[in-house]
Ligand binder design. Sequence first.
Ligand code: ADP
Length: 221
Amino acid sequence: MSHELRTPLNAIGGYAELLEMEIRGPVNHDQREYLRRIQQSQRHLLGLVNEVLNYARIETGTVHYDMADVPVVEALHAAAGMVAPLARAGGLRFHVQACDADLQVRADAEKLRQILVNLLSNAVKFTGPGGRVSLRCEARDGSAWFHVRDTGMGIPADKLESIFEPFVQVRSDLTREHEGTGLGLAISRSIAQAMDGSLAVESRKGRGSTFTLRIPLAPAP
Ligand code: ADP
């Protein structure tokens, strides 16, 4: 399926790029604008296809988990480093409160970072300029708990569980503006559960949200 979907999409992008490079003759201003839109839509669709395929692979259990003892500080900094520029561009204050430097979780490092980046970029997406986003962690009951908190638009009480289902988005100006796929949280929860963890949310509409990811601590040596 992956090949069948990606190959024609790559061809669309590739031919549009060749035309833009004027390989087959000059391109006028309006044509250039149309080519730009073709490429933009192509990238969007390719992103969507990749995410759907990714989700399908996770759900069918064909994804490999490279489990190791992962220092929590490393996971925090890797994810925060990727999201900090987004937060700055969005006019938000972004704060990371590191926990115990020796703390380690049992996880696939890449997938743990993927969940944290998804939660943090959602927090940035759904919080307007002047708002705050923070990432905090604590160790309790044999697990590390990562709290991603924002002061953004919040989530209505009746949508708190359904946002973890695939393709569910809460209608708002911000979701329209950002063109997400509605798969990020479904993927994040599935990955967290596959690593014996969990993902939950608390939120108040108009006040902000806190997503809490739990990942088991690495067994003591
Ligand atoms: P996407 O971000 O691609 O829309 P997600 O699965 O990551 O998909 O999120 C699903 C929906 O949950 C979002 O469209 C949004 O309505 C809501 N949501 C997620 N994170 C937040 C947040 N931090 N604040 C408010 N709403 C959120």
